[in-house]
Structure formats: structure tokens, C-alpha cells
Design a protein around this ligand. Structure first.
Ligand SMILES: [Zn+2]
Ligand SMILES: [Zn+2]
Length: 225
């Protein structure tokens, strides 16, 4: 699940202390590697890095001169650090603004933390719903786009265990933003059918008994199993 992996990596990185730049001593910024770079195969093999964006950093200041003298080009380096290994490296930049758009500032981190809390809470509510078979709450969470993706995916799973055939229409009519969730809901619907010995009429899409020979809704022949 690609979107979860990235999310989980960020969770881990946020929990860590930001390192200080070995060249200037400033606290480094958490930086999201642009997707474009990753697709080009020029990525650093990680979605997040720490970067020193201090314009007075000695590495950055001397970089302009070094590159100009050695390569005759207008560029410099920023110091970067891998969150996993803690190893430092140089990242080429072509201007003082280069890469600054990907800085993950404290506001983003705060929002991410709120989202994490919401996820934790949502999962706890769903665990209770599973025990009490509270399908109404599970359905509400599943259909609520404001709920975190991981919570909605879990809600789909729980729905398969506690939902009844009455819920199927609402689940089918809702639009889901991503394929993983859509698949989760499909699996939930299949599971609900299984638990209730029902299936969908191939002609009118109404719910019929698994063993029915004739659809009670459209009257067509639907050979029983
Ligand atoms: Zn620095
Ligand atoms: Zn039918």
C-alpha cells in the first residue's frame, strides 16, 4: 500500500530529533524529496531527508565558488542527511530558493500529529464497534471522507464482519477516492453476501438468495448454486 508506506515513513521521521548541520550547526529542516526526482531514478531512495537551508552555511557559501571554479556553472550544495542512517551528503542546488518548497515545516508536522491521533482514536472506536456489532457507526466512519485513510480501510474490513445486506446499496453508491479503499469495500460487500447467503442478481443488481432460481425483483431466471 504505497500511500501508507510514505505515511508510515513520515511518522517515523517526525518522531526523531532533527539533526544539526555538521558545517554550520543549524538545525536541519525535514525535506520531502520531490516525486518527480524519484520517478527519474535520480532519487535518494527515501521519501524524506534532512537538509540545511541556512544561507550562511559554510558548505553552501563556499559551494558557489567551488562549482564556479571547477565546472564554470552557477550552482552550490546544501548539506543533507539521511534519516535512516544519519549519513551526511551534498545535494546540488541551482539557487537560494532551490528545494525550499519541499520543506516540511512545523505546521505540517503538527497537522500530521493530529492526523495520527485521529487515526489512533478511529481504530479504537472500530475495535469497539466490532465487539458490539455497531454497524451504524462503522458505516458512518467508512463513508466519511474526513476520516484518515487508514481508519476508513479498517472500517471497510469491520463492515465485512458486522454489516448486513441493507448497507450494501449505500456502500456501492458512495464514491471512493482511492483504489485501495474501493477494493476494501468490494471485499466487505462480498463478505456480507457470504455471511447472509445472498448474492447480486446479474440482471437487476438487486440482492437475491444464493440458492434462488428466479429473481424476486426482476423475475429473470438466476440459476441457484
Ligand atoms: Zn549548514
Ligand atoms: Zn433481478
Amino acid at each position: 500500500m504505497a500511500f501508507e508506506t510514505r505515511e508510515q515513513v513520515l511518522e517515523k521521521v517526525i518522531a526523531k530529533e532533527k539533526p544539526d548541520c555538521p558545517h554550520c550547526g543549524e538545525t536541519m529542516s525535514l525535506w520531502e524529496v520531490p516525486l518527480m526526482t524519484m520517478d527519474d531514478g535520480l532519487g535518494w531512495g527515501t521519501p524524506y531527508l534532512y537538509v540545511c537551508f541556512n544561507d550562511e552555511c559554510t558548505l553552501y557559501e563556499s559551494g558557489w565558488k567551488n562549482i564556479e571554479e571547477n565546472y564554470g556553472r552557477r550552482a552550490s550544495y546544501r548539506c543533507m542527511c539521511y534519516p535512516e542512517s544519519g549519513a551526511y551528503e551534498c545535494m546540488p542546488v541551482w539557487g537560494p530558493q532551490g528545494g525550499q518548497g519541499q520543506i516540511i515545516d512545523d505546521e505540517v508536522i503538527r497537522k500530521q500529529k493530529l492526523q495520527d491521533e485521529k487515526t489512533e482514536k478511529g481504530l479504537a472506536v472500530l475495535a469497539e464497534c466490532l465487539v458490539s456489532e455497531d454497524k451504524v457507526t462503522v458505516q458512518r466512519i467508512l463513508l466519511d471522507p474526513a476520516e484518515p485513510p487508514r481508519v476508513r480501510l479498517k472500517a471497510a474490513e469491520v463492515m465485512g464482519d458486522v454489516g448486513d445486506t441493507v448497507s450494501i446499496d449505500a456502500l456501492k453508491e458512495n464514491k471512493y477516492g482511492n483504489d485501495i479503499l474501493r477494493k476494501g469495500v468490494e471485499e466487505a460487500i462480498n463478505k456480507i453476501h457470504e455471511r447472509h447467503y445472498t448474492r447480486e442478481c446479474p440482471f437487476c443488481a438487486e440482492i437475491v438468495k444464493k440458492r434462488a432460481n428466479v429473481c424476486k425483483h426482476c423475475g429473470k431466471e438466476v440459476a441457484g448454486e
